[in-house]
Design a protein around this ligand. Structure first.
Ligand SMILES: *[C@@H]1O[C@H](CO)[C@@H](O)[C@H](O)[C@H]1NC(C)=O
Ligand SMILES: *[C@@H]1O[C@H](CO)[C@@H](O)[C@H](O)[C@H]1NC(C)=O
Ligand SMILES: *[C@@H]1O[C@H](CO)[C@@H](O)[C@H](O)[C@H]1NC(C)=O
Ligand SMILES: *[C@@H]1O[C@H](CO)[C@@H](O)[C@H](O)[C@H]1NC(C)=O
Length: 477
């Protein structure tokens, strides 16, 4: 106890503000390197900023400069004025790497005055640059100016074959140091608790929100009025550069978010039990209930934070889209299965986070293949016999097949679908047998003990339909 107290005193002497608690762990000594100060203004939505922040901490770490806690974007489309400490646990963030990178809440006063009196050196880092750029081009600027301001942070450092040491550090920032603010974590945990009480749950990042549909130009399933509204919206935002978009071609190329109807079909084809709780991690779905009805018919346990929580729980967060997104992020990371319908920042960061935590399953759909199959089905080139004869026919009402030629025939062309390991060699189990099982809506209720079977199922679907996926052993907690 005396020892603990001594350490506590020592830390206090170092200016540490954390109060000693019963399971108080001594923090590593803070690091002081003086190559300069990095100020950054993040840009984009929550997950783009999150990726950018990881890059910035990493750059500060390897350049030995002091990072000032990033300013978050308050001018973006999402109109959210939340600052860093509204979203992330700021003290935890600062202390996480105090032996590796120095992070301060603000510039030291003297420097702040100096920067205010003179001109702040401000620049955008060149996107996609590797560490060489930061050592050769940026480091000298710290030497010249002392303080450098990056007025955007989507530097995309991770995409450049950077050294493993750098990438590892980046992951630690993303998946360890960036913890949500206590108020957000608490409510997110409550959502997870409510879901868990009823069993396993799938988080669907249904990125079918108006901004996405408008700027991507993906109009599948929209009526003329809607297409008109979406096009107007696209033209109204000058920073959405692409204006003339061939939505049909884009969808065929696999570049559109899946629609709610397509998603219903795919989840069913994946063999996801229709009793499964499906949590929609997204803002307002474009077209509202009308567009969700197919998905809801297929998956009646369709929920979102607004339906799980009383309004008073959400109201402090409601007007802050980034805080709302943070709640969804947390739930998505915790889910049993994560399925994004689009390949954006959230899909990437959550998928990575789940992998980091021990390979929790994420189903990453190859949208080009998925859309091809859906169209073949929709235009009657293939049918869904098994499916069609059951009550769930209704869910495919927007995909009514014209000619009875089964989807199984398509599957049959690919021979190597093992039902058990030895089958592959013998070619014993036909794909049709397997596929008809996968497509049967009356799959047994999904239970934890079935997680492994689920993995096998996804494996098979992968080889049959060329789905990409990530998974390893079940990690049911
Ligand atoms: C940063 O500090 C470390 C440890 O002192 C040193 O090895 C490294 O060369 C420094 N890097 C730069 C860019 O100053
Ligand atoms: C937006 O952020 C900037 C920089 O942090 C700040 O000066 C400004 O007051 C903020 N605007 C609003 C509306 O919060
Ligand atoms: C970094 O990028 C530059 C310019 O694109 C390239 O010439 C260089 O080889 C890259 N360095 C590393 C270590 O990848
Ligand atoms: C959220 O914003 C709306 C409209 O801007 C306003 O009417 C409402 O009072 C705000 N709610 C909270 C909890 O601040």
């Amino acid at each position: 106890m005396a020892m603990l107290w001594a350490i506590a005193l020592q830390l206090r002497a170092l200016g540490n503000t954390l109060a000693p608690t019963p399971n108080f762990q001594p923090l590593p000594p803070p690091r002081f390197y003086h190559n300069g100060y990095l100020l950054v203004s993040s840009n984009g939505g929550l997950n783009q900023m999150r990726s950018g922040i990881c890059d910035m901490v990493t750059i500060a770490r390897f350049l030995n400069v002091t990072l000032i806690v990033p300013q978050l974007d308050n001018t973006s489309f999402w109109n959210d004025y939340s600052q860093f400490s509204d979203i992330f646990d700021i003290d935890y963030f600062i202390n996480s790497f105090r032996d590796e990178v120095r992070i301060l809440k603000d510039l030291p006063l003297a420097l702040k005055r100096k920067v205010e009196a003179e001109n702040l050196y401000s620049m955008p880092p060149i996107s996609w640059s590797n560490m060489t750029y930061y050592y050769d081009v940026i480091l000298p600027r710290f030497q010249t100016f002392g303080v450098v301001h990056f007025h955007k942070t989507d530097a995309r450092l991770a995409n450049n074959g950077i050294p493993e040491e750098v990438q590892k550090f980046r992951c630690r920032v993303n998946y360890q140091a960036l913890r949500f603010a206590p108020a957000i974590e608490e409510l997110a945990k409550k959502i997870v608790r409510i879901l868990r009480e009823k069993g396993p749950f799938l988080v669907l990042h249904l990125r079918y929100e108006m901004d996405m549909i408008a700027f991507s130009g993906c109009n599948e399933g929209c009526d003329n009025q809607e297409v008109d509204d979406l096009t107007k919206m696209r033209y109204a935002y000058p920073w959405w550069k692409e204006k003339e978009i061939d939505g049909v071609a884009k969808r065929k190329a696999g570049l559109c978010p899946l629609t709610p109807e397509e998603t219903a079909l795919i989840l069913t084809a994946l063999g996801i039990d229709h009793n499964m709780q499906v949590y929609i991690a997204a803002g307002d779905i474009y077209g509202g209930e009308k567009r969700l009805s197919t998905l809801r018919l297929a998956y009646p346990n369709l929920v979102k934070k607004e339906t799980l929580l009383p309004p008073e729980d959400l109201s402090p967060f409601q007007n802050h889209s980034n805080q709302m997104a943070a709640l969804d992020y947390y739930v998505a990371v915790q889910s049993d299965i994560f399925v994004p319908t689009n390949g954006g920042n959230m899909a990437k960061v959550v998928k990575g986070h789940r992998r980091y935590l021990g390979y929790k399953r994420s189903v990453i759909l190859d949208r080009k293949v998925v859309v091809e199959l859906i169209d073949a089905y929709k235009y009657g080139k293939i049918s869904w016999d098994e499916f069609v004869h059951r009550q769930e026919l209704k869910i495919t009402s927007s995909f009514i097949p014209q000619k009875p030629e089964t989807l199984l025939n398509v599957a049959k062309r690919r021979k190597d679908l093992p039902h058990h390991p030895s089958a592959k060699r013998q070619g014993a189990t036909s794909i049709s047998k397997y596929t008809s099982q996968a497509l049967t809506p009356l799959l047994p209720r999904f239970r934890y003990s079935m997680l492994n079977e689920m993995v096998i199922l996804l494996c098979k679907i992968k080889s049959a339909w060329n789905f990409q996926y990530t998974y390893t052993q079940a990690q049911a907690a």
